[in-house]
Design a protein around this ligand. Sequence first.
Ligand code: PLP
Length: 393
Amino acid sequence: MNAQEVIEAEERYILRTYLRPAPVLERGEGMHLFDTEGQRYLDFAAGIAVAALGHSDPQWAAVVAKQAARLTHVSNLYYTAPQVELARRLVEASFADKVFFCNTGTEANEGAIKFARKFAASQGRPGRALVAFQGAFHGRTCGALSMTHKVAYREPFEPLLPEVRFAPFNDLEAAARVIDDGVCAVFVEPVQGEGGVRPATAEFLQGLRRLCDAHGALLVFDEVQCGLGRTGQLWAYQGYGVEPDLLTLAKPLAGGLPIGAILLRQAVAAEIGPGDHGSTFAAGPVVCAAACHVFDRVSEPDFLGRVAAAGERLRQGLTTALGEGATVRGRGLLVGVEVDRPVAPWIEAARQRGLLVISAGPNILRLCPPLIATDEDIDTAVEILATSWREVP
Ligand code: PLP
């Protein structure tokens, strides 16, 4: 099929829930994607912060091919070794004692809601309310959607979960007004992604920890977008001096294959038993072999140091190149640029010049490249963004 045929067939056969730009992507190599016309793009979107090792990394692809040729799927009714090897890595490198595997970010948050409720019930606590924050994005299935702040995403599907309380992000006093003994869990992204690339302050997350402890609520960090190396630390929470009770994880973990995970403390894990939750596909041998490979490379101190340095270079480069009209923020290689007008024309102009970037709200550009971005890639992206910024109205 040529590009036009793909676009026409999509219109004919696929439910229209996405608005996509014209190129039909066909192949990836490291930091680059290629379309059916042979046009090359420098990818600063990474499939929405997923492709941590870039596209079609040869070692990653070899691990996937080898495991696929050996064993792909048996369901969670049976033991398989790659799943255990991945769980061991996640537990040994984090605050957690146990892992539950699923397939996506929204599923991870969905599971965290169930675990928080069962934990509250097991402690004889009456409260089942959930707290989330303005700008939060936790997913699109009904539980996670109930805690996703954007009204347009939620309203058509109401009624959703009852008793979800939203408070302004980074406002501890406001949080204190909604966190009481009726709350079983507080969900927060240490760096909000979809909501505009907004890092939490240390005071905010530390204050949430104190409020949760005071009221017996669980603190859940949603690191689906900001976790696993993206901030330049393995876990975003490590930059804040505060640990959660549960942590949800997904996007980059298997380097492009679908996986989600919930990391749990023992106190919560102890209350969850066989039959409480499950998934047919979760953490099959191929996806876990891939994830072990991603984890081993991303968790190397040199790799993480390089992400931190790359992020610094990207933020400084953008601040210098774009000047006063733009506010640059973020952590590591999760960077947002807020401007005073819609960014859609800017994104299109950058694409015409061979750079893929995405938005995080109408007037916020989001840069979340593969974590392997070199200084040269970063300088190229900054140059294209500066040039295309001058071209757009
Ligand atoms: N949580 C956060 C912080 C996210 O950024 C996303 C997706 O963008 C999700 C949850 C949902 O993940 P998924 O799209 O894999 O369901």
